[in-house]
Design a protein around this ligand. Sequence first.
Ligand code: UD1
Length: 360
Amino acid sequence: MRVVSVVGARPQFVKLSPVDSAVRARGIEHLIIHTGQHHDAALSDIFFTGLHIPPPTVNLEVGSGSHGQQTGRMLEALESELIRMAPDVVVNYGDTNSTLAGSLAAVKLNLPTAHVEAGLRSFDRTMPEEINRVVVDHISSLCLAPTETGMRNLRDEGLSDRSLLVGDVMLDVLSSTAQMILEHGSDLDLPVAGDYVLATVHRPQNTDDRERLLEVITALALFPIPVVLPVHPRLRDHVARFDLRLDQGALLPIEPLPYRDLVAAVLGARAVVTDSGGLQKEAVHLGVPCTTLRDTSEWTETFDDGMNELHFAAQGLERVALRQAPTEAGSVRPSPLAADRAAEAIVTLGLESPSPRRDL
Ligand code: UD1
């Protein structure tokens, strides 16, 4: 059996890592196509080395562009690669333009496709990721959902017969990484000793409008404790374009962190402020209060006990971000160190299982 995974952006490398291990552990051939959506070493190469993923079989080097340009370039290049590789199944991850292109290229070739992280919805169709999620779920042969909420969303869209609840691969890798850090420490070297907030900002709704970006930067700069800010290229580009400054007030801008350092930075933080889907979950599962700089989220479970709060307004951000963590949280939250087995379930229940595969 030959599995081809299509990835291209930072969060997909994290999701790929446990799936790659589980696929190879079953003796299945695994080829990796990197679309090249993320091309900076800090967003790409260090994730492959840090997460022990073999180098991509091929890198399509599509780079940046508008959504149409980026997705179009991927589609064209993916089609010929997939014909050449002749996979039994193509696996796509998450909700990026690489996910959309990987799924579309494969289904047009009548190749079976599986979508890891299926069923997530923010119900905000102005987000490019939401369009990618909906389209990819509806064209995939197999929808692999991380949560019950995801399964419900898939059912509501008439997709139950090809959906499986497998768990969250990001928690597989988070659990093992956190365990390693707690046992062996980390090399994380932050420009701050003591208390800090960890913040990340990269979604278009926060970065692409000058007024909004200025508001967010100003609110974070006024925090009473240091705010460590790993700077995503989209943020870096827009700060330069709008002639804004990150080195001010409480802000401590740093380069994007490798995965293990990011987990260590969350573990050491008093609070997390972010617009990233992955970081919301990582904070909550590591017991660090999170404030999400958006007005919707796909990870609704993270709000259940107050560990995550949506707060889009810059006004009042400091008060919400530095709120007391709910004290009972630790007792209800599964330990971050509990072994999660989502990747294994994806392979044994999803990719290898004869029944869903018959429908593929
Ligand atoms: C993409 C995903 C988003 C995910 C995020 C994680 C889509 C629609 N969005 O957003 O879901 O949360 O990745 O990072 O696919 N750039 C570089 N170097 C790089 C990559 C990007 O300089 O290695 C620059 C690009 O020139 C562009 C900007 O960063 O100006 C944004 O890159 P892009 O791939 O469009 O999307 P992300 O914002 O990273």
